[in-house]
Design a protein around this ligand. Sequence first.
Ligand code: APR
Length: 232
Amino acid sequence: MDDIRNIVVLTGAGISAESGLSTFRGSDGLWEGHRVEDVCTPEALARNAALVHRFYDERRTKLAEVVPNPAHEALAALDAQWPGELLIVTQNVDDLHERAGAKRLVHMHGELQSALCAACGKAKPWKDALPPASVCDGCGKPSLRPDIVFFGEMPYEMEAIDDALRRADLFVSVGTSGAVYPAAGFVQTARHVGARTLELNLEPSAGSFYFEESRMGPASMLVPELVWELLG
Ligand code: APR
């Protein structure tokens, strides 16, 4: 791994599983009998705002009960010590990467601890319950919603992510099923620019075929091992 300078790491729900946060597809992928896919949509928000807000309130509250695991901590150590470029792109909306100390980090699917105004687009930190029709302190409209990228909406930071991928020498995917695009396509961009591609996951994913190397096992073991290899 000594010819590596620029790294992109994509993380998914699997990196937070050992902290006690449920994944989307690993469990039964249901919440109160609803398919998660049916709750995380603009239509669900329009149809039943109280249900969608309750779904995210419960997940926001849960954050107080969990802590980063060795995988988050290893990535934060890599972030602190890696001399080249590094971007951690997380699909997760929890704050475990931040709490472990990661700095070079983007949340492409938004964050539980942020509220977004559907009217003026202003986002603000939000740690408590977010009742429907909460008032935006920017425009004064009752339009605050969870700052989560719903299915069908444009993920955040795509330009920065694409830019980092095109400069990458190494692309690492951790704890994601490779079921959702555009994240699931990042490995192909990395391959296209000649980067090395490595998947760390509990089991083969929908994208395993695209990776030069796949290591199966828990993130809390595989990620520290990889960071040790990189920092040497
Ligand atoms: N260590 C490593 N990998 C794990 C672990 C673990 N301890 N536990 C589970 N995994 C793996 C599972 O095998 C699975 O492949 O993590 C992956 C989790 O996949 P998903 O539940 O589909 O989560 P994710 O890939 O992050 O979902 C992507 O879909 O629902 C949307 O927007 C949501 O960001 C989410 C996106």
